[in-house]
Design a protein around this ligand. Structure first.
Ligand SMILES: Nc1ncnc2c1ncn2[C@@H]1O[C@H](COP(=O)(O)OP(=O)(O)OP(=O)(O)O)[C@@H](O)[C@H]1O
Ligand SMILES: [Mg+2]
Length: 397
């Protein structure tokens, strides 16, 4: 059985006999009554305890009843206050209500006339409390709704952005695929047509063009498929501890002929004897992409330098070149597919290398970035986690 909580009532009257008598009467009517003989004492009590009702005399030495009501409401705005007064004038009643009292009663009074006043005040207080709770709930609902709306809006913007990105990718892709395909068709048609004159030498040139376009097309298709598979998370990564010096030596050997062709000096600096946590084949793909870009987009007789630095549990590999560098707005788009920054004519490429590289690096829990000064070259960097045992060795060292 649930016990009904007694209403707590605070009686404030400087006439102590009146206070005691009133408390006694109210206790008989199942109130939890407490008495005070001054407004100051009442406020002291209100600071630490909570009451449902307060019945206060109007005229008291020091702070009067109306002043007490004002201050008491600061502690508990929902406290139901009733003023007891000997001057039964309307002016006093109005003053009491303006001060925040719910009602007033003229002294002397009998318990039978006080009880309905208290019941009314109690009902008003209950209504106010219910209202306050309702308001709180409405406010919370509004806030939750605003938050949900915000999240929805964000999701919508992201979806729109992704959609636009996909459309851009598809239109770029069809353009990139169509170019070599048209080349193949064009040259093949010339070769197939009896009427079109072609010398033996020309025929060989056309055939070479067809082969080159075919190879370019194949590379494109493979890279697009790779990109799509990585994006869909369908590329299984064989994460293992990869020895950094061995991998870098391998990459160096692979790009040396490319650098020699353009008379570019390769500098690999001091390679720390670390092991990275990565997929070996994909790590080589990443480094070759960055190194071949640094060679391709460079001046003849320029430099390409690779530097490694350990940063806590991660290792940073930075590839710097002495090429044309990048403008800030070019940096913004450089990791997006098919952004070749107008180099379509100058250098061969599909514009997918960096897009693929970024996705591979991120799939290996790494990060990629670029710093560049237009006219002075660029530094592309990747950060990858060190293999766990290497981290321990570093910590013990
Ligand atoms: N080191 C660099 N310095 C200056 N520009 C660069 C550098 N690396 C890349 N770029 C620019 O960014 C573009 C995109 O590079 P990305 O490697 O993605 O494609 P790509 O080299 O054109 O073709 P591929 O897919 O064959 O790598 C390049 O076309 C080039 O304009
Ligand atoms: Mg490239």
């Amino acid at each position: 059985m649930t016990e009904v909580r007694k209403q707590r009532i605070l009686i404030v009257d400087d006439q102590s006999a009146h206070t005691v008598a009133l408390c006694d009467v109210l206790r008989q009517y199942q109130f939890d009554a407490e008495g005070c003989e001054s407004a100051e004492a009442a406020l002291e009590l209100l600071r630490s305890q909570s009451f449902d009702l307060m019945l206060s005399d109007l005229n008291m030495p020091g702070l009067d009843g109306i002043g007490l009501v004002r201050e008491a409401l600061q502690y508990d705005p929902e406290l139901a206050c009733i003023i007891m007064t000997g001057e039964g004038s309307v002016a006093t009643a109005v003053r009491a209500m303006q001060g925040g009292a719910l009602d007033y009663i003229v002294k002397p009074f009998k318990a039978s006339s006080l009880l309905p006043v208290l019941a009314r005040a109690q009902a008003t207080r209950a209504l106010r409390l219910a209202n306050a709770e309702l308001e709180r709930q409405v406010r919370q609902n509004v806030m939750e709704l605003a938050e949900a709306n915000y999240r929805l809006e964000q999701a919508r913007t992201e979806a729109e952005h992704a959609n636009a990105e996909k459309s851009r990718f598809l239109s770029n892709m069809s353009h990139e695929l169509r170019t070599p395909l048209n080349g193949i068709l064009g040259f093949a048609q010339i070769l197939a047509a009896d009427k079109l004159p072609a010398t033996q030498l020309e025929k060989q040139r056309f055939a070479r063009n067809i082969v080159q376009s075919g190879q370019h097309l194949l590379k494109l298709v493979n890279e697009i498929l790779d990109l799509a598979r990585i994006e869909a998370g369908k590329v299984p990564l064989a994460m293992e501890a990869v020895d950094l010096p061995t991998v870098l030596q391998e990459c160096r050997m692979m790009v040396t002929p490319l650098a020699a062709k353009r008379d570019i000096t390769l500098g690999f600096g001091v390679v720390p004897p670390q092991r990275l946590r990565a997929d070996r084949t994909r790590l080589v793909q990443v480094l070759i992409n960055l190194l071949s870009n640094a060679i391709k987009y460079n001046h003849e007789q320029g430099r390409v330098d690779l530097a490694c630095t350990v940063d806590g549990p991660r290792l940073r590999i930075a590839v710097s070149d002495t090429g044309p560098g990048l403008e800030p707005d070019q940096v913004q788009h450089i990791f997006q597919p098919f952004h070749r920054l107008g180099r379509d004519e100058e250098e061969e490429g599909s514009g997918l290398g960096l897009a693929l590289t970024r996705r591979v690096v991120e799939a290996m829990q790494g990060a990629i970035g670029v710093e560049s000064q237009p006219g002075e070259g660029s530094t592309f960097w990747v950060e990858l986690p060190l293999a766990p045992e290497t981290t321990q060795q570093v910590q013990h060292a």
